[in-house]
Design a protein around this ligand. Structure first.
Ligand code: GTP
Ligand code: MG
Length: 347
């Protein structure tokens, strides 16, 4: 039922059980030792001879997959802690990334919290395509999921949360009152994958900086309660991924958006995979920012990466394109939405 925005993308199903391909166990580097060699070898056009000492390959970038390994031990602990603390909360708010609403929905979290009243917040809407976000809200409401699009950076949409929550918990609030509690405290657990904006959301609701937030995954290290207003408490939790990405696209999309630390990946290869998508989407901001011509967009993705390097003056000794530097720049600029408001997965 679900599909991605990319025609080449073979993934058509929501990533639940039965994914294939990648092994994720323990936060350790799984990138090849020679990153440059790997990305070039995999992405160079088959009819072009490889440079000396570079391994030739017939594989195109879209055929090549990168195994992303990312499952720090503390995530197992976090899952256990979430399970334990669920007894203490009235509701769960799951934060997902509006740019990748499939890949950022951890089925482990959905299973763990299935017995609780739940709200889904489609965060980082400022970086997603607004039409795609509308489609996602409709699709989720057809599944009877209460979904609210939010932009915790500016605060847009955040004011919808308390009324939706109050409505969701109306029976529970009534029963507390029937038991003689005058102003019952509502407790909400905030869950989601790393770096999706859980702590930022709490700060928005609290209208002050209470929880530590920063633009890298793994900032929140343990469950922590915050009183966000009178009679309203929120539990911040560390981001949880799942131990195995059976679908390689999930790992890549999480890496593009910054949910997985960049160090666990081959940056050039990741950039090439992102270019595979961007050259299909042809977003004006991508084309204009890197001064790409129509002919450039017909090239292999690794060659486009080299063009980007050259157009940006990123050169190494001998005037060759510094593809690695261009790869870091491209990923950083995608993560900062400088290439346009892009949603990579559609309902
Ligand atoms: N553009 C944009 N950035 C956001 C939004 N919400 C959060 N961020 C940024 O995303 C980054 C991560 O935010 P956090 O609140 O630390 O994310 P987290 O989910 O708590 O992350 P962990 O604790 O590491 O799991 C920060 O740089 C935030 O400023 C949003 O709606 N839009
Ligand atoms: Mg956090």
């Amino acid at each position: 039922m679900k599909k991605t925005n990319n025609k080449n993308n073979k993934r058509t199903q929501k990533p639940q059980g039965g994914r294939s391909n990648a092994r994720v166990s323990g936060a350790r580097m799984n990138a090849p030792k020679n990153r440059t060699q790997n990305a070039k070898a995999s992405a160079k056009p088959a009819n072009k001879p490889a440079k000396p000492k570079k391994k030739p390959s017939n594989a195109s970038s879209s055929e090549h997959t990168q195994v992303i390994q990312w499952y720090p031990g503390h995530m197992t602990k976090t899952k256990r802690r979430i399970e334990k603390d669920l007894k203490l909360v009235d509701a769960v708010a799951e934060i997902i990334d509006a740019r990748i609403p499939i890949s950022s929905r951890n089925p482990d979290i959905a299973n763990l919290t299935s017995g609780k009243p739940r709200i889904i917040l489609l965060n980082k809407c400022d970086m997603a395509d607004p039409r795609a976000t509308d489609r996602w809200v409709s699709a989720l409401s057809r599944e009877n999921v209460r979904a609210i699009p939010v932009d915790c950076k500016s605060g847009r949409g955040v004011d919808k949360f308390v009324p939706v929550l109050t409505d969701l918990l109306s029976d529970r609030i009534e029963s507390y009152k029937a038991k003689g509690m005058v102003n019952p405290t509502m407790r909400v657990m905030i869950v989601g994958i790393p770096n999706v904006g859980k702590s930022t959301f709490i700060n928005r609701i609290a209208k002050k900086t209470k929880a530590t937030a920063a633009d890298r995954p793994g900032v929140t290290r343990g469950n922590q309660w915050f009183t966000v207003s009178k009679g309203f408490e929120m539990l911040d939790t560390p981001g949880v991924l799942w131990p195995k990405f059976d679908d390689q696209t999930v790992g890549e999309h999480l890496a593009f958006t910054g949910a997985i630390k960049s160090e666990v990946m081959d940056t050039e290869l990741l950039a090439v995979r992102l270019i595979d998508l961007l050259k299909e989407l042809k977003t004006p901001a991508f084309i204009e920012r890197y001064k790409l011509t129509d002919e450039d967009l017909e090239l292999q993705s690794y060659e486009i990466l080299e063009k980007i390097a050259k157009n940006r003056g990123m050169l190494i000794a001998g005037g060759e394109a510094d593809a690695e530097r261009a790869a870091y720049t491209l990923l950083d600029e995608f993560r900062a939405a400088k290439l346009g408001r892009i949603t990579l997965e559609l309902p």
